[in-house]
Design a protein. Structure first.
Length: 427
Protein backbone atom coordinates (compact mmCIF):
# COMPACT_ATOMS: atom_id res chain seq x y z
CA UNK A 1 0.00 0.00 0.00
CA UNK A 2 1.44 3.32 -1.09
CA UNK A 3 2.24 5.84 1.61
CA UNK A 4 0.37 9.13 1.59
CA UNK A 5 2.27 12.39 1.34
CA UNK A 6 1.64 13.08 5.03
CA UNK A 7 2.98 9.66 6.03
CA UNK A 8 6.08 10.17 3.90
CA UNK A 9 6.67 13.55 5.52
CA UNK A 10 6.34 12.09 9.01
CA UNK A 11 8.70 9.25 8.13
CA UNK A 12 11.29 11.64 6.70
CA UNK A 13 11.13 13.80 9.80
CA UNK A 14 11.57 10.79 12.06
CA UNK A 15 14.61 9.71 10.04
CA UNK A 16 16.04 13.22 10.29
CA UNK A 17 15.47 13.28 14.05
CA UNK A 18 17.16 9.89 14.40
CA UNK A 19 20.18 11.15 12.46
CA UNK A 20 20.42 14.27 14.65
CA UNK A 21 20.23 12.26 17.87
CA UNK A 22 22.83 9.79 16.59
CA UNK A 23 25.20 12.64 15.75
CA UNK A 24 24.69 14.16 19.19
CA UNK A 25 25.44 10.81 20.83
CA UNK A 26 29.00 10.74 19.42
CA UNK A 27 29.85 14.37 20.22
CA UNK A 28 31.76 13.65 23.48
CA UNK A 29 33.98 11.20 21.59
CA UNK A 30 34.99 13.62 18.83
CA UNK A 31 34.89 17.11 20.38
CA UNK A 32 36.79 18.58 23.31
CA UNK A 33 35.05 18.90 26.67
CA UNK A 34 34.43 22.63 26.31
CA UNK A 35 32.53 22.17 23.04
CA UNK A 36 30.69 19.19 24.47
CA UNK A 37 29.41 21.34 27.34
CA UNK A 38 28.32 24.02 24.85
CA UNK A 39 26.31 21.51 22.82
CA UNK A 40 24.76 20.19 26.05
CA UNK A 41 23.54 23.72 26.70
CA UNK A 42 22.14 23.90 23.17
CA UNK A 43 20.26 20.67 23.81
CA UNK A 44 18.62 22.31 26.84
CA UNK A 45 17.42 25.01 24.47
CA UNK A 46 16.12 22.33 22.11
CA UNK A 47 14.04 20.83 24.92
CA UNK A 48 12.45 24.26 25.51
CA UNK A 49 11.85 24.64 21.78
CA UNK A 50 9.96 21.33 21.67
CA UNK A 51 7.58 22.57 24.37
CA UNK A 52 7.08 25.84 22.54
CA UNK A 53 6.40 24.01 19.30
CA UNK A 54 3.63 22.09 21.04
CA UNK A 55 1.80 25.25 22.12
CA UNK A 56 2.65 27.51 19.17
CA UNK A 57 3.17 25.21 16.21
CA UNK A 58 0.41 22.73 17.01
CA UNK A 59 -2.07 24.68 19.17
CA UNK A 60 -1.58 28.24 17.95
CA UNK A 61 -0.67 29.75 21.35
CA UNK A 62 2.24 32.15 20.97
CA UNK A 63 3.92 32.58 24.35
CA UNK A 64 6.47 35.37 24.69
CA UNK A 65 7.13 34.59 28.35
CA UNK A 66 8.36 31.02 28.44
CA UNK A 67 11.57 32.17 30.03
CA UNK A 68 9.54 32.32 33.26
CA UNK A 69 9.08 28.54 33.38
CA UNK A 70 12.64 27.93 32.25
CA UNK A 71 13.82 30.17 35.08
CA UNK A 72 11.54 28.61 37.70
CA UNK A 73 12.94 25.16 37.01
CA UNK A 74 16.47 26.51 36.95
CA UNK A 75 16.07 28.37 40.26
CA UNK A 76 14.58 25.30 41.97
CA UNK A 77 17.58 23.26 40.89
CA UNK A 78 20.00 26.05 41.77
CA UNK A 79 18.60 26.25 45.31
CA UNK A 80 19.45 22.58 45.84
CA UNK A 81 22.92 23.03 44.34
CA UNK A 82 23.54 26.13 46.45
CA UNK A 83 22.56 24.38 49.68
CA UNK A 84 24.78 21.44 48.74
CA UNK A 85 27.69 23.85 48.21
CA UNK A 86 26.97 25.52 51.56
CA UNK A 87 27.36 22.18 53.35
CA UNK A 88 24.28 22.56 55.53
CA UNK A 89 24.96 26.22 56.30
CA UNK A 90 23.57 29.48 54.96
CA UNK A 91 24.39 30.55 51.39
CA UNK A 92 26.90 33.37 51.14
CA UNK A 93 24.54 35.98 49.68
CA UNK A 94 22.14 35.45 52.58
CA UNK A 95 24.95 36.08 55.04
CA UNK A 96 25.73 39.32 53.24
CA UNK A 97 22.06 40.28 53.58
CA UNK A 98 22.17 39.77 57.35
CA UNK A 99 20.40 36.40 57.65
CA UNK A 100 21.26 34.27 60.66
CA UNK A 101 19.14 31.27 59.70
CA UNK A 102 17.96 29.67 56.50
CA UNK A 103 14.43 30.77 55.44
CA UNK A 104 11.83 28.06 56.09
CA UNK A 105 10.83 27.73 52.43
CA UNK A 106 14.47 27.16 51.43
CA UNK A 107 15.00 24.27 53.86
CA UNK A 108 13.18 21.49 51.89
CA UNK A 109 15.37 22.13 48.83
CA UNK A 110 18.27 20.50 50.63
CA UNK A 111 16.57 17.22 49.72
CA UNK A 112 17.38 16.40 46.06
CA UNK A 113 14.14 14.45 45.56
CA UNK A 114 12.09 17.44 46.72
CA UNK A 115 14.10 19.79 44.51
CA UNK A 116 13.70 17.58 41.43
CA UNK A 117 9.95 17.38 42.05
CA UNK A 118 9.70 21.17 42.39
CA UNK A 119 11.52 21.57 39.08
CA UNK A 120 8.37 20.21 37.42
CA UNK A 121 5.61 21.12 39.90
CA UNK A 122 6.37 24.83 40.33
CA UNK A 123 6.25 25.65 36.58
CA UNK A 124 3.14 23.49 36.18
CA UNK A 125 1.28 25.20 39.04
CA UNK A 126 2.14 28.67 37.77
CA UNK A 127 1.23 27.80 34.17
CA UNK A 128 -2.10 26.24 35.20
CA UNK A 129 -2.97 29.37 37.18
CA UNK A 130 -2.06 31.60 34.23
CA UNK A 131 -3.87 29.33 31.78
CA UNK A 132 -7.08 29.21 33.79
CA UNK A 133 -7.13 33.00 34.19
CA UNK A 134 -6.59 33.58 30.47
CA UNK A 135 -8.01 30.70 28.46
CA UNK A 136 -11.23 30.41 30.47
CA UNK A 137 -11.82 34.10 29.73
CA UNK A 138 -11.08 33.53 26.02
CA UNK A 139 -7.91 35.63 26.05
CA UNK A 140 -5.90 34.55 23.04
CA UNK A 141 -3.85 35.74 20.13
CA UNK A 142 -1.77 38.87 20.50
CA UNK A 143 -3.43 39.67 23.84
CA UNK A 144 -2.11 36.46 25.38
CA UNK A 145 1.32 37.08 23.86
CA UNK A 146 1.51 40.53 25.44
CA UNK A 147 0.30 39.17 28.77
CA UNK A 148 2.92 36.41 28.78
CA UNK A 149 5.60 38.94 27.89
CA UNK A 150 4.55 41.11 30.82
CA UNK A 151 4.75 38.03 33.06
CA UNK A 152 8.39 37.52 32.04
CA UNK A 153 9.18 41.16 32.81
CA UNK A 154 7.49 40.96 36.23
CA UNK A 155 9.35 37.75 37.06
CA UNK A 156 12.76 39.22 36.27
CA UNK A 157 12.00 42.35 38.31
CA UNK A 158 10.89 40.26 41.29
CA UNK A 159 14.06 38.18 41.17
CA UNK A 160 16.25 41.27 41.08
CA UNK A 161 14.32 42.88 43.93
CA UNK A 162 14.51 39.79 46.15
CA UNK A 163 18.25 40.07 46.73
CA UNK A 164 18.17 38.37 50.12
CA UNK A 165 16.34 35.29 48.79
CA UNK A 166 17.43 34.89 45.15
CA UNK A 167 20.83 36.56 44.95
CA UNK A 168 19.42 39.55 43.05
CA UNK A 169 20.96 40.48 39.72
CA UNK A 170 23.95 38.22 40.42
CA UNK A 171 21.70 35.16 40.57
CA UNK A 172 22.72 31.85 42.06
CA UNK A 173 26.15 30.42 41.30
CA UNK A 174 29.27 28.82 42.82
CA UNK A 175 27.99 25.24 42.79
CA UNK A 176 30.28 22.38 43.75
CA UNK A 177 28.49 19.03 43.57
CA UNK A 178 25.34 17.37 42.31
CA UNK A 179 24.23 14.18 44.08
CA UNK A 180 27.70 14.00 45.59
CA UNK A 181 29.52 14.13 42.25
CA UNK A 182 31.86 17.09 41.62
CA UNK A 183 30.53 19.31 38.87
CA UNK A 184 34.03 20.25 37.73
CA UNK A 185 35.04 16.70 36.82
CA UNK A 186 35.02 15.54 33.21
CA UNK A 187 33.06 12.40 34.05
CA UNK A 188 30.24 14.44 35.62
CA UNK A 189 30.09 16.78 32.63
CA UNK A 190 29.88 13.87 30.18
CA UNK A 191 27.25 12.17 32.34
CA UNK A 192 25.16 15.35 32.41
CA UNK A 193 25.55 15.59 28.63
CA UNK A 194 24.04 12.15 28.11
CA UNK A 195 21.30 12.84 30.67
CA UNK A 196 20.38 15.94 28.68
CA UNK A 197 20.39 13.96 25.43
CA UNK A 198 18.18 11.28 27.00
CA UNK A 199 15.72 13.96 28.17
CA UNK A 200 15.70 15.52 24.70
CA UNK A 201 14.91 12.17 23.06
CA UNK A 202 12.23 11.39 25.66
CA UNK A 203 10.53 14.77 25.25
CA UNK A 204 10.63 14.44 21.47
CA UNK A 205 9.09 10.96 21.69
CA UNK A 206 6.35 12.21 24.03
CA UNK A 207 5.48 15.14 21.80
CA UNK A 208 5.51 12.97 18.68
CA UNK A 209 3.21 10.49 20.42
CA UNK A 210 0.75 13.21 21.43
CA UNK A 211 0.53 14.98 18.07
CA UNK A 212 -0.18 11.68 16.30
CA UNK A 213 -3.04 10.77 18.62
CA UNK A 214 -6.55 12.14 18.88
CA UNK A 215 -5.52 14.82 21.35
CA UNK A 216 -2.96 16.06 18.85
CA UNK A 217 -5.64 16.38 16.20
CA UNK A 218 -7.68 18.45 18.66
CA UNK A 219 -4.67 20.70 19.25
CA UNK A 220 -4.33 21.31 15.52
CA UNK A 221 -8.06 21.89 15.16
CA UNK A 222 -7.89 24.53 17.91
CA UNK A 223 -5.02 26.15 16.06
CA UNK A 224 -6.91 26.23 12.77
CA UNK A 225 -10.41 27.13 14.01
CA UNK A 226 -11.05 27.21 17.73
CA UNK A 227 -14.68 28.29 17.33
CA UNK A 228 -15.53 25.21 15.26
CA UNK A 229 -13.95 22.96 17.88
CA UNK A 230 -15.96 24.68 20.60
CA UNK A 231 -19.19 24.35 18.63
CA UNK A 232 -18.63 20.59 18.26
CA UNK A 233 -18.77 20.25 22.04
CA UNK A 234 -15.12 20.37 23.14
CA UNK A 235 -14.02 22.61 25.99
CA UNK A 236 -11.04 24.16 24.24
CA UNK A 237 -9.83 25.93 27.39
CA UNK A 238 -9.11 22.58 29.06
CA UNK A 239 -6.96 21.40 26.16
CA UNK A 240 -5.11 24.71 26.00
CA UNK A 241 -4.38 24.69 29.73
CA UNK A 242 -3.12 21.10 29.44
CA UNK A 243 -0.71 21.74 26.57
CA UNK A 244 0.42 25.01 28.17
CA UNK A 245 1.20 23.22 31.45
CA UNK A 246 2.99 20.44 29.55
CA UNK A 247 5.14 23.01 27.78
CA UNK A 248 5.91 24.73 31.10
CA UNK A 249 6.97 21.42 32.67
CA UNK A 250 9.29 20.74 29.74
CA UNK A 251 10.78 24.23 30.08
CA UNK A 252 11.33 23.70 33.81
CA UNK A 253 13.22 20.45 33.20
CA UNK A 254 15.35 22.19 30.57
CA UNK A 255 16.14 24.97 33.05
CA UNK A 256 17.25 22.47 35.69
CA UNK A 257 19.58 20.76 33.21
CA UNK A 258 20.87 24.13 32.04
CA UNK A 259 21.88 25.41 35.47
CA UNK A 260 23.54 22.10 36.33
CA UNK A 261 25.89 22.43 33.36
CA UNK A 262 26.36 26.16 33.01
CA UNK A 263 26.75 26.72 36.75
CA UNK A 264 24.77 29.93 37.06
CA UNK A 265 21.24 31.28 36.69
CA UNK A 266 20.40 34.99 36.77
CA UNK A 267 17.29 37.12 36.17
CA UNK A 268 18.72 37.91 32.73
CA UNK A 269 17.93 34.31 31.73
CA UNK A 270 14.28 34.74 32.74
CA UNK A 271 13.39 38.06 31.13
CA UNK A 272 11.73 39.14 27.91
CA UNK A 273 14.74 38.85 25.59
CA UNK A 274 15.42 35.14 26.26
CA UNK A 275 11.70 34.40 25.88
CA UNK A 276 11.59 36.04 22.47
CA UNK A 277 14.76 34.21 21.44
CA UNK A 278 13.03 30.91 22.26
CA UNK A 279 10.28 31.82 19.79
CA UNK A 280 12.92 32.64 17.18
CA UNK A 281 14.38 29.12 17.49
CA UNK A 282 11.02 27.58 16.63
CA UNK A 283 10.30 30.04 13.82
CA UNK A 284 13.68 29.49 12.14
CA UNK A 285 13.53 25.71 12.45
CA UNK A 286 9.90 25.38 11.43
CA UNK A 287 6.93 25.32 13.74
CA UNK A 288 4.53 22.44 13.75
CA UNK A 289 7.26 19.93 12.88
CA UNK A 290 9.01 19.07 16.21
CA UNK A 291 12.28 18.19 14.50
CA UNK A 292 12.37 21.70 13.07
CA UNK A 293 12.27 23.15 16.58
CA UNK A 294 15.25 20.99 17.57
CA UNK A 295 17.20 22.03 14.48
CA UNK A 296 16.33 25.70 15.00
CA UNK A 297 17.52 25.70 18.62
CA UNK A 298 20.74 23.79 17.90
CA UNK A 299 21.64 25.66 14.72
CA UNK A 300 20.75 29.15 15.93
CA UNK A 301 22.61 28.72 19.22
CA UNK A 302 25.63 27.24 17.45
CA UNK A 303 25.82 30.04 14.89
CA UNK A 304 25.33 32.58 17.68
CA UNK A 305 28.29 31.15 19.58
CA UNK A 306 30.59 31.13 16.54
CA UNK A 307 29.47 34.58 15.35
CA UNK A 308 29.74 36.16 18.79
CA UNK A 309 33.28 34.82 19.13
CA UNK A 310 34.28 36.36 15.78
CA UNK A 311 31.92 39.33 15.38
CA UNK A 312 30.39 40.01 18.81
CA UNK A 313 28.75 43.29 17.73
CA UNK A 314 27.12 41.98 14.56
CA UNK A 315 25.32 38.87 15.80
CA UNK A 316 22.05 40.60 16.67
CA UNK A 317 21.90 42.19 13.22
CA UNK A 318 22.56 38.83 11.60
CA UNK A 319 19.84 37.19 13.66
CA UNK A 320 17.39 39.94 12.70
CA UNK A 321 18.25 39.49 9.02
CA UNK A 322 17.69 35.73 9.28
CA UNK A 323 14.28 36.33 10.89
CA UNK A 324 13.27 38.68 8.07
CA UNK A 325 14.33 36.14 5.42
CA UNK A 326 12.41 33.36 7.17
CA UNK A 327 9.25 35.45 7.48
CA UNK A 328 9.31 36.60 3.85
CA UNK A 329 10.62 33.56 1.97
CA UNK A 330 10.49 30.55 4.34
CA UNK A 331 7.22 30.69 6.30
CA UNK A 332 7.76 27.04 7.23
CA UNK A 333 11.30 27.67 8.50
CA UNK A 334 14.25 25.51 7.54
CA UNK A 335 11.91 22.54 7.16
CA UNK A 336 10.46 24.40 4.16
CA UNK A 337 13.76 24.32 2.24
CA UNK A 338 12.90 21.20 0.15
CA UNK A 339 9.96 23.10 -1.33
CA UNK A 340 12.04 26.08 -2.44
CA UNK A 341 13.12 24.66 -5.86
CA UNK A 342 9.51 23.90 -6.79
CA UNK A 343 8.47 27.41 -5.77
CA UNK A 344 11.28 28.95 -7.82
CA UNK A 345 10.30 26.89 -10.89
CA UNK A 346 6.66 27.89 -10.49
CA UNK A 347 7.63 31.55 -10.19
CA UNK A 348 9.82 31.34 -13.30
CA UNK A 349 7.05 29.65 -15.27
CA UNK A 350 4.61 32.38 -14.23
CA UNK A 351 7.01 35.12 -15.23
CA UNK A 352 7.66 33.58 -18.67
CA UNK A 353 4.13 32.50 -19.59
CA UNK A 354 2.05 34.98 -17.63
CA UNK A 355 1.44 37.44 -20.51
CA UNK A 356 0.62 34.79 -23.11
CA UNK A 357 -1.69 33.04 -20.69
CA UNK A 358 -3.56 36.27 -20.04
CA UNK A 359 -4.07 36.98 -23.75
CA UNK A 360 -5.31 33.45 -24.38
CA UNK A 361 -7.72 33.71 -21.50
CA UNK A 362 -9.02 37.07 -22.70
CA UNK A 363 -9.60 35.70 -26.21
CA UNK A 364 -11.47 32.65 -24.97
CA UNK A 365 -13.64 34.44 -22.38
CA UNK A 366 -17.14 35.48 -23.64
CA UNK A 367 -17.73 39.21 -23.45
CA UNK A 368 -21.18 38.85 -21.87
CA UNK A 369 -19.84 36.68 -19.02
CA UNK A 370 -16.90 38.65 -17.68
CA UNK A 371 -14.66 41.57 -18.39
CA UNK A 372 -10.99 40.68 -18.21
CA UNK A 373 -8.60 43.28 -16.85
CA UNK A 374 -4.92 42.44 -16.67
CA UNK A 375 -3.28 43.93 -13.61
CA UNK A 376 0.51 44.15 -14.03
CA UNK A 377 0.94 44.10 -10.26
CA UNK A 378 -0.08 40.45 -10.26
CA UNK A 379 2.50 39.20 -12.78
CA UNK A 380 0.04 39.23 -15.65
CA UNK A 381 -2.60 37.16 -13.88
CA UNK A 382 -6.08 38.09 -15.19
CA UNK A 383 -8.49 39.67 -12.76
CA UNK A 384 -11.95 38.33 -13.58
CA UNK A 385 -14.80 40.76 -12.96
CA UNK A 386 -18.19 39.13 -13.58
CA UNK A 387 -20.84 41.29 -15.18
CA UNK A 388 -23.77 42.06 -12.86
CA UNK A 389 -26.88 39.95 -13.37
CA UNK A 390 -30.46 40.82 -12.29
CA UNK A 391 -30.89 37.18 -11.25
CA UNK A 392 -29.23 37.99 -7.88
CA UNK A 393 -31.42 41.01 -7.07
CA UNK A 394 -33.65 40.86 -4.01
CA UNK A 395 -37.37 41.63 -3.68
CA UNK A 396 -36.81 45.28 -2.91
CA UNK A 397 -34.91 45.77 -6.16
CA UNK A 398 -37.90 44.29 -8.04
CA UNK A 399 -40.05 47.17 -6.82
CA UNK A 400 -37.52 49.76 -7.89
CA UNK A 401 -36.66 48.20 -11.28
CA UNK A 402 -39.58 47.34 -13.53
CA UNK A 403 -37.31 45.19 -15.70
CA UNK A 404 -36.72 42.81 -12.80
CA UNK A 405 -40.46 42.43 -11.98
CA UNK A 406 -41.37 41.15 -15.41
CA UNK A 407 -42.10 44.50 -17.17
CA UNK A 408 -39.85 45.02 -20.17
CA UNK A 409 -38.21 48.34 -20.88
CA UNK A 410 -39.46 49.99 -24.11
CA UNK A 411 -37.32 49.60 -27.18
CA UNK A 412 -36.12 52.46 -29.34
CA UNK A 413 -38.86 51.72 -31.94
CA UNK A 414 -41.65 51.73 -29.38
CA UNK A 415 -40.47 55.05 -28.00
CA UNK A 416 -40.46 56.76 -31.40
CA UNK A 417 -43.93 55.45 -32.34
CA UNK A 418 -45.44 56.67 -29.10
CA UNK A 419 -43.96 60.13 -29.67
CA UNK A 420 -45.43 60.31 -33.19
CA UNK A 421 -48.95 59.39 -32.06
CA UNK A 422 -48.82 62.01 -29.34
CA UNK A 423 -47.89 64.68 -31.94
CA UNK A 424 -50.86 63.77 -34.20
CA UNK A 425 -53.31 64.07 -31.28
CA UNK A 426 -52.06 67.57 -30.49
CA UNK A 427 -52.41 68.63 -34.14
Amino acid sequence: MALTQSSKTQRNRLVLAFVIFAMLAVVPAVLPLFRTTLIARFMCYAVVALGLDMIWGYTGIMSLGHGVYFGLGAYCMAMYLKLAAAGGGIPDFMQWSGFDALPAWWTPFANPAFAFAMVVLVPVVVSVAVGLLTFLHNIKGVYFSILSQALALIMSVLLVGSQQYTGGSNGLTDFDTILGAPLASSATKVALYYVTLAVLVAVFALCFFLVNRRIGKIFMAIRDSENRVRFTGYNTAVFKVFVYALSAAVAGIAGALYVSQVGIITPADVGVAPSIEMIVWVAIGGRGTLVGAVIGALLTSGVETVASETFPDLWNYLLGLVCIVVVLFLPGGLMDLPRVPARVRAWLNRSHTGGAGSLALAASCPADVAAVNVDPAFDGAPAMQPAPSPAFSDDSSDERDPASSGAHAPTAGQTSSDSASASRKEA
